[in-house]
Design a protein around this ligand. Structure first.
Ligand SMILES: *Cc1c(COP(=O)(O)O)cnc(C)c1O
Length: 395
């Protein structure tokens, strides 16, 4: 721990994030180093963000070249990278004709845009938005209204009205509530912050069917699951929603978010002047996302993420003290039998592994998509010892 920098951190940064565990200085591939020179295997990738790991040459080159050519222009002007990226996203999302893209700078902003889209699907009676218990959609006021966690919401009420949270994955609850008073249903195909919770088989298709019948929008939040994280471009592949939001992994570490509106009718809901952002769609962020997608394609990472991820999940599930493992591709949650997950995170950090906990007994793993099987094996080899150490009262 770098005491001097941490003192300056707490004297200068707003205390919303608690106390960071280390001050990081640099990264390369799947490793980062702290200011004291200690090396860590990064199995969290900045929370499912650093798809290409750290300091990937293709990303550096794309961002550098774009910055040298044209940095920021505002949305009074178009730029080629932004157009190329929009086309690319429509392509990888297999979006129907008439689909469009709006660029933002983060996940919460992409969801704010989706929230406004839902409001535009509102007639006098149609004023409800359905989200799920356990949902996390971001921290700005609209996205926070969609987020379920009371401790995140309550200090900031009143939030934009009309949002209801129904029990997670409960098909009957969904059937009971989706009618012609609903403007939109908003779902994560796999709940990330809630501990990598999978929707039951068929739930997403049911949501599509019910919303279609009722004239409600189906909005899929793929901020954490999108752009290859689960071994597919989209975790919702196979279902055509009305809107998709992306962010985390999209720019490979460069801030960018996107809303995809599917089809002509939905894309027409937000017209000129009804939404906007100064930075959204800027050429540098667009170039970063294009480079990230190109590396995923050129290296066939979707297939390797699926294969490496399921092998890693099997390895995790076989470890004594791991009760169950969930997830898809390289978005993995594991429940521990008895050990405290937050304590395991600290112990792992001491041993040079960055992991994360989403609950008292749940850890989350979301390594870079370029992670090598041998690097994951390193963690699997260490984990029994880390879990064992935690039973032992002596350090
Ligand atoms: C992280 C996340 C968000 C919020 O993204 P930010 O970039 O932190 O605003 C929204 N939805 C999901 C599913 C997320 O995982």
């Amino acid at each position: 721990m770098n005491e001097e920098l941490m003192g300056r951190y707490s004297d200068s940064l707003l205390g919303v994030f608690g106390t960071p565990q280390r001050v990081l200085a640099r990264g390369e591939g799947c490793f980062v180093w702290d200011t004291e020179g200690r090396k860590y295997l990064d199995l969290l990738a900045g929370i499912a963000v650093n798809a290409l790991g750290h300091a990937h040459p293709a990303l550096i080159s794309a961002v550098t070249q774009q910055m040298q050519t044209l940095g920021h222009v505002s949305n009074f002007f178009a730029s080629e990278p932004q157009i190329q990226l929009a086309e690319k996203l429509l392509d990888i999302a297999a979006a129907p004709p008439g689909s469009r893209v709006f660029f933002a700078n983060s996940g919460t902003e992409a969801n704010e845009a989706a929230f406004k889209l839902a409001r535009r699907n509102q007639s006098t009676r149609r004023n409800r938005i359905i989200a799920l218990e356990g949902a996390f959609h971001g921290r700005t006021m609209g996205a926070l209204a969609l987020t379920a966690k009371p401790s995140y919401r309550e200090p900031f009420e009143p939030l934009p009205p009309g949002v209801e949270h129904i029990p997670f994955g409960d098909a009957d609850a969904l059937r009971a509530c989706v009618d012609d008073t609903v403007a939109a249903v908003v779902l994560e195909p796999i709940q990330g912050e809630a501990g990598i919770r999978m929707l039951p088989e068929g739930y997403l298709s049911l949501a599509r069917e019910l919303t279609q019948q009722a004239g409600a929008l189906l909005i899929v939040d793929e901020v954490q699951t999108g752009v290859g994280r689960t071994g597919q471009w989209l975790a919702s592949a196979g279902v055509v929603p009305d809107a998709i939001t992306l962010a985390k992994g999209l720019g490979g570490g460069f801030p960018i978010g996107a809303l995809i509106t599917c089809g002509e009718a939905v894309s027409g809901l937000l017209g000129a002047g009804q939404h906007g952002t100064t930075f959204g769609g800027n050429p540098v962020a667009a170039a970063a996302a294009l480079a990230t997608i190109a590396v995923i394609e050129e290296n066939h990472l979707l297939a390797s993420v699926a294969a490496v991820g399921s092998e890693f999940s099997r390895g995790l599930a076989a470890i004594e003290g791991v009760e169950s493992v969930r997830g898809r591709g390289l978005l993995i949650g594991a429940d521990l039998e008895s050990a405290s997950a937050p304590k395991l995170v600290l112990r792992a950090l001491q041993e040079g592994f960055i992991i994360n906990s989403t609950g008292p007994h749940t850890i989350r793993l979301a390594p870079p998509l370029i992670v090598e099987p041998a690097q994951l094996t390193e963690f699997l080899t260490a984990l029994p010892h880390l879990l064992h150490d935690m039973k032992d009262p002596s350090p």
